[in-house]
Unconditional design. Structure first.
Length: 500
């Protein structure tokens, strides 16, 4: 991408006072109202167009024509929509026209440029609905608007010398109102260097945190983002990644970690909320369940109708908020872990995993040793909660930027969990076996040993016995120190650690 076309984003917290938050909330409410009014106006316009004979005849021609011959008809339909006022320019005119009842009543708070940006946002939704994959244009529910933006820096919003100014327009009925809010000063060299770039446009973002909104200034800057200076390791690193854990082995460190440990508390809260939602759903829809408690299935002639109480909808909103928090925590912790791994070496070896396959339910019905049916569920919940594939994607992206190598090993041929480098033999262990006794008598944790074998891989399908023999003494020392750390840290670890 050319430098002049590249864009990057920097987000800084706004240091708001209560009276400023009150005005910002009022402007968010106005912007939300303007968008909903414009959506309603355009939907009425579209409804009237679809009632015309010409448009209905064209739709019938499109349905009857073969798919490979619909292109001219689509162009004709697009021309008809544009003539009816379905374009970005027309949406801006509808928002700002003299006979429009919308923005002129709020010009003391929302200037024309910000109203135009809101109209552009509405147009993108209609553009996707009319010409893309969109199925419906939704109104904003009260309090759901996440950001308000200007088209270009200086038109309604300005950032200068650590102060953000959100100006109001000119109104005959009311004096223009401007808000001046301090922005948190840059804390790092990265933020200071980013602020040296010219500002293209900006937006105010609000996020619900701890029973109140917090506000941020999001600056869209011209040019590529500044490269962060990170410690770049030298040497080999092996990673054995599971559904909830990751084992890391290098020349200087051996670790066994739980992925995205910070999501555990929120996940427990989410489970309790989902249990409450299930009870509410069952009480409001008793006819939709069988006597054994399972939900009935809709049939072609009898489609089930579900009714949800206000309490259920409130609980669902809390679940969505927890999922949003978990997504942010996962991304943050995965990014920190990826940086840590890249600081250990410049050759990263990891098994090629099919996480989609691990999510699927088992096809065969099996019984255990006691004759009880085994569950067909596999690792779907763990993968959704810990997102190991996201860690690998972040790791690959960062390694590509710094010129480091991430080498994926053929899992089926390498068989890291089965190999013993002291004897050169393969033995398939049970999934419950978390420790491995080597032929030489040493006892090692299975995941950390697999990471050690990956670190000393000769190629994509086997481990190098000579490399393993030379590095094993150092690995065993670091391995024992990590086991001691895990036993003494006082935390509760996943059972797959196998360490009491």
């Amino acid at each position: 991408m050319a430098e002049e076309k590249a864009r990057c984003v920097l987000t800084l917290p706004l240091l708001t006072e209560p009276w400023q938050e009150h005005l910002i909330e009022k402007r968010f409410s106005i912007a939300e109202h303007l968008k909903n009014q414009l959506i309603a106006m355009e939907l009425r316009k579209l409804k009237n167009l679809r009632r015309t004979k010409a448009y209905r005849a064209l739709e019938e021609k499109i349905e009857a024509a073969p798919k490979d011959k619909r292109a001219p008809l689509y162009r004709e339909r697009k021309k008809m929509l544009q003539d009816a006022g379905f374009s970005e320019y027309a949406f801006k005119h509808d928002m700002q026209s003299p006979d429009s009842p919308m923005q002129k009543h709020f010009s003391a708070h929302i200037v024309a440029q910000i109203a135009h940006k809101a109209a552009s946002d509405v147009w993108r939704a209609f553009d996707k609905y009319l010409y893309g994959s969109g199925q419906e244009v939704h109104f904003h529910r009260r309090g759901t608007l996440e950001s308000v933006a200007c088209q270009t820096a200086g038109n309604g919003m300005k950032y200068e010398n650590g102060v953000f100014t959100w100006t109001g327009g000119k109104s005959k009925e009311q004096k223009a109102i401007s808000i001046r809010v301090s922005v948190r000063p840059p804390q790092t060299d990265y933020e200071r260097k980013m602020l040296e770039k010219p500002v293209k446009n900006m937006r105010v973002v609000r996020r619900w945190m701890k029973s109140r909104y917090k506000y941020y200034l999001q600056l869209t800057l011209v040019g590529a983002p500044v490269r962060k200076e990170r410690e770049r390791g030298v040497g080999r690193v092996g990673i054995d990644i599971g559904t909830q854990t990751v084992a890391i082995s290098s020349e200087t460190s051996v670790r066994l970690l739980e992925l995205a440990e910070g999501v555990n508390d929120n996940h427990k809260k989410k489970l309790l909320l989902q249990r409450q939602m299930d009870r509410s759903r069952r009480s409001t829809n008793p006819d939709n369940y069988n006597p054994d408690g399972t939900a009935k299935k809709s049939t072609k002639g009898n489609r089930l109708r579900w009714h949800f109480s206000k309490r259920y909808k409130k609980l669902a909103g809390k679940v969505r908020e927890l999922e949003r928090k978990n997504a942010a925590i996962r991304k943050y912790e995965h990014t920190l872990l990826a940086n840590d791994i890249l600081s250990l070496g410049d050759e990263i070896y990891v098994e090629r995993m099919s996480f989609a396959g691990l999510q699927r339910r088992a096809k065969e019905t099996k019984k255990d040793a006691k004759g009880r049916y085994q569950k067909k569920k596999r690792f779907g919940k763990s993968l959704a909660n810990k997102a190991p594939a996201t860690l690998l994607q972040i790791l690959k992206t960062k390694a590509e930027q710094t010129g480091q190598l991430v080498q994926e090993i053929n899992t089926a041929q390498f068989r890291a969990s089965q190999f013993d480098h002291t004897s050169g033999e393969y033995r398939k262990p049970l999934l419950s076996e978390r420790w491995k006794t080597l032929s030489g008598g040493d006892r090692v944790q299975r995941d950390m040993y697999s990471a050690f074998l990956l670190m000393n891989s000769a190629d994509n399908d086997r481990s190098d016995a000579e490399l393993c023999g030379a590095a094993f003494a150092n690995f065993k020392r670091l391995h024992d120190a990590e086991v001691t750390r895990i036993r003494n840290d006082g935390k509760r670890h996943p059972r797959s650690f196998g360490i009491d």
